[in-house]
Design a protein around this ligand. Structure first.
Ligand SMILES: Nc1nc2c(c(=O)[nH]1)N[C@H]1C(S)=C(S)[C@@H](COP(=O)(O)OP(=O)(O)OC[C@H]3O[C@@H](n4cnc5c(=O)[nH]c(N)nc54)[C@H](O)[C@@H]3O)O[C@H]1N2
Ligand SMILES: Nc1nc2c(c(=O)[nH]1)N[C@H]1C(S)=C(S)[C@@H](COP(=O)(O)OP(=O)(O)OC[C@H]3O[C@@H](n4cnc5c(=O)[nH]c(N)nc54)[C@H](O)[C@@H]3O)O[C@H]1N2
Ligand SMILES: [Mo]
Length: 758
């Protein structure tokens, strides 16, 4: 039998024989299905599934009061009733003794597709009924962008969905300059699900229509060869210097659009003084930028001149802002686009993330489907998402964030459902120390992921293949019924059932469930969505009809005209939502915050380490840790498809042939990659298509610290090397991409200790 279900990388039919998923098929609607689908074949029912509720022995027996064994202890299998009983009692105890803010249930993570069975939504609904918790603000993906852009041009949520479409690029853009490229592997994925993968196809159409692509990235294949791109190779983390020098060329060669700057922007003069070196004695010339970025000054100059003479679209990958001072490249790119004066012209201007997820730049009608109602968080408190370890380690301390101070609570209990902090957080060696401080950690997970291994109470959760749901997201024109394909595995329950069970123990089951089962909740979501549809002038089919047909497509209504066309024509009549209603090249608001690490206009700030800068004498290679091609983050890393990309079971690290030769490294060797923060084992891949002093280690290998004195993470998780530092006092986002390392072949002793023959 085949069942249709949905993932964050597309809608697929799974073939089930004798209760097991044996194959995965693309659906007709999808012109370019994601290869990641192959992870499902053996990944869902993998031996790493959690079979029963489990409690860590030292926690259960009270023999580990300091929690020093958390992450290294054994687990005791218990019944659902016992596990739910312990968890409910502990939640009450912590709430009564320390207050709701001492419970951290931010629970960041991608979980899985499905409108109702969304792990975080269920957790937040549950915890709000019991008085709330400390939550997390913004995402690991785009924290810096989410905070800086509303000050400068527009709220992030609006930009993501409304910015220039690829259809307009195809029809109008002559020059498409992509900082960080357009890596096609990333467009496989879209949060909440995606029906039609079109990014690569649309970019190809643009190429055919004559759009010239420029890839400004340390990695050649960040723009597909098929687009015949020009490759400009910067040092990672130096893009702002390059953009500043392009701005300098526009300014000094009289190519800046003074009329646009005067009518549509505020504060250009302040920025101009900085650009010309009047405020700091350093003109931001191409020569200056060349020394920082290692790109030839003449290349920067001619790119700026070319951009001024063509219909030019500027874009940056999200990765650029997941770095120290990650606010700056985004602010600077908007500033540069404003100087080119093409914002609001079709196919011109600026936008972000055109291959970060498969929906970016799509032209489909946006529709905000109803979601599980989470209610309000009575504790009304949140920290910037990537400050988790900092919060756990420093109760009572304050940090700056977007013009205010946030004081860390004393966290006594962590509840995580649908995320993997031992995947996503930076400096995992720091996180392991922080993570042992709270009294209790509770985790819902389908698999024994690192985060489940680092919990005290573990609830086995079902996957989306074990329940019925609806896949529908605001950026996709379809809704799909997600059919249950297999029974719940072992003793697993859905997150909804887990929280219903806890709510029952805590005496508010009626409020939480409203007496409804899965189907009734789906029907309710459909009814509420239909009310929204009617407000938009269309109607959804009957719920029963939807169940029967299995999918539904909302009436098409493509967007027309550039999202800022009105603003361009009349900025007073169509103001932006910034304080001035205009593009803020200088922000009085941010200037008044007085942050040295994020002043009133875009600037070049030295990152804490970089090639040609701090730390480079000791660690000669820059490590970038991009998204993995064969999986979504850490999800299904255990599957055969993901494992097929490994070298001796370790994540591959890509090195330039010269860097490899200098170190006597050959393809397939096992290596130790290290810096002062940590070390891990990787397998060597050698490629001439990257910058000579850059190394690439994708994220997602399951965190496996070695026992004993080896001090090595064994699977190749880059987050033992990255630094846990906020981007700046403004956004406090993660800065994973700022990272220097050294690489050596594993020694004979190390190989022996790992049980590998040299
Ligand atoms: N070095 C470095 N680190 C990074 C990044 C980087 O570029 N470099 N990128 C960052 C970014 S952008 C992101 S978004 C994060 C991603 O980090 P995460 O979103 O935390 O990573 P995932 O592996 O997707 O974690 C989702 C977890 O949910 C579990 N899960 C799936 N379905 C269900 C369900 O139905 N119920 C429950 N209870 N659990 C479920 C999965 O098994 C998995 O463990 O990583 C960040 N970390
Ligand atoms: N297959 C797959 N796709 C995914 C995901 C996944 O896990 N797997 N995760 C999804 C998620 S949650 C997100 S947030 C998006 C992330 O989307 P992005 O943040 O855009 O993705 P990354 O892969 O981190 O980085 C993109 C490219 O930026 C380049 N780069 C890195 N640092 C620099 C720099 O300093 N300067 C320049 N010019 N280039 C640089 C790298 O070469 C890298 O290939 O991807 C999504 N798509
Ligand atoms: Mo992300």
């Amino acid at each position: 039998m085949r069942y249709r279900n949905a993932t964050q990388w597309g809608v697929y039919d799974v073939e089930v024989k004798d209760g097991r998923i044996v194959d995965v098929f693309a659906i007709d609607e999808d012109p370019d299905p994601a290869e990641i689908r192959h992870t499902l074949r053996d990944g869902v029912q993998h031996s790493s599934r959690i079979k029963t509720p489990a409690i860590r022995r030292g926690w259960l027996e009270g023999t580990d009061p300091e929690n020093s064994l958390r992450g290294a202890d054994e687990f005791v299998d218990v019944s659902w009733d016992v596990a739910l009983g312990y968890a409910a009692k502990e939640l009450s105890r912590v709430k009564e003794t320390y207050g709701n803010r001492s419970i951290f249930a931010g629970s960041y993570g991608w979980a899985s597709a499905g409108r109702f069975h969304h792990a975080q939504s269920q957790l937040h609904r549950f915890i709000n009924f019991m008085g709330g918790c400390t939550r997390a603000m913004n995402s690991y993906s785009t924290a810096a962008a989410q905070v800086i852009l509303p000050h400068v041009i527009a709220p992030w949520g609006q930009m993501e969905l409304e910015q220039t479409s690829l259809e307009d690029v195809i029809n109008h853009t002559e020059l498409f300059i992509a900082f960080g490229g357009l890596p096609s592997r990333n467009a496989q994925v879209a949060y909440g699900g995606i029906t039609e993968h079109r990014t690569a196809i649309d970019l190809q159409r643009a190429h055919k229509a004559g759009t010239a692509f420029v890839n400004v990235s340390p990695v050649r294949h960040d723009v597909a060869d098929a687009l015949d791109p020009r490759w400009i190779v910067p040092r990672p983390g130096t893009d702002v210097a390059v953009m500043l020098a392009m701005a300098y060329v526009l300014e000094t060669q009289n190519l800046a659009d003074r009329k646009f700057l005067a009518m549509h922007c505020v504060g250009y003069e302040r920025f101009q003084s900085y650009l010309l070196g009047q405020t700091d004695g350093q003109a931001k010339t191409p020569q200056w930028a060349s020394e920082i970025s290692s790109i030839a000054a003449s290349t920067i100059e001619s790119l700026a001149i070319e951009a001024a003479g063509k219909r030019t679209f500027l874009t940056a990958a999200w990765s650029l802002q997941r770095a120290d001072h990650g606010e700056q490249p985004y602010w600077m790119l908007v500033t540069l686009a404003a100087m080119l004066g093409q914002i609001g012209l079709t196919g011109g201007g600026v936008g972000f993330g055109y291959s970060a997820e498969g929906f970016v730049g799509s032209n489909w009608r946006r529709f905000n489907w109803a979601a599980v109602s989470k209610g309000k968080n009575p504790a009304d408190f949140a920290i910037p998402v990537a400050r988790i370890a900092d919060m756990l380690l420093n109760p009572g301390e304050s940090i700056s964030y977007d013009g205010r101070d946030i004081t860390y609570p004393d966290t006594r209990l962590i509840y995580w459902a649908g995320g993997n902090p031992f995947h996503h957080h930076q400096d995992l060696n720091r996180l392991t120390k922080a993570w042992r401080r709270p009294d209790t950690v509770i985790v819902n997970e389908p698999w024994w992921t690192p985060t489940a291994q680092w919990a005290d109470i573990v609830f086995p959760a079902t996957t989306s293949f074990e329940r019925t749901d609806i896949c529908a997201s605001s950026h996709d024109p379809y809704a799909h019924l997600m059919q249950q394909a297999i029974p719940p595995q072992f003793d697993a329950r859905s997150d909804y059932e887990i929280f219903s069970g806890l709510a029952d123990k805590l005496g508010f089951a009626d409020k939480f469930t409203q007496g409804k089962g899965e189907m009734e909740w789906l029907q309710d979501l459909w009814r509420r969505s239909n009310e929204r549809a009617k407000a938009q002038g269309f109607e959804l089919p009957d719920f029963d009809e939807f169940l029967e047909k299995g999918s539904y497509q909302i009436p098409p209504k493509t967007r027309s005209g550039d999202w800022l066309a009105g603003f361009r024509v009349d900025p007073l009549k169509h103001p932006l939502s910034t304080p001035s209603g205009k593009i803020e090249i200088f922000s009085t608001t941010i200037d008044r915050f007085g942050y040295a690490d994020c002043p009133g206009h875009a600037v070049w700030l030295e990152p804490f380490e970089r090639l040609g800068g701090a730390g480079n004498d000791k660690f000669p290679l820059h490590l970038i840790s991009p998204q993995p091609k064969r999986r979504l983050h850490s999800q299904y890393d255990q599957s055969a498809y993901s494992q097929a990309g490994k070298i001796h079971g370790r994540e591959p690290l890509t090195l330039h042939p010269n860097a490899a030769a200098e170190r006597g490294i050959q393809a397939g060797d096992l290596l130790r990659v290290f810096n002062d923060r940590g070390a891990c084992v990787v397998g060597a891949v050698i490629s001439e298509h990257i910058k000579e002093d850059v190394a690439i280690l994708p994220t997602g290998a399951w965190f496996a610290p070695s026992a004993g004195s080896l001090g090595l993470e064994l699977n190749g998780n880059p987050n033992v090397l990255t630094k846990d530092k906020g981007t700046s006092s403004l956004a406090q986002g993660p800065s994973a991409h700022t990272c220097l390392v050294e690489v050596v072949k594993l020694s004979a002793e190390e190989l022996q200790a790992l049980g590998v023959r040299g």
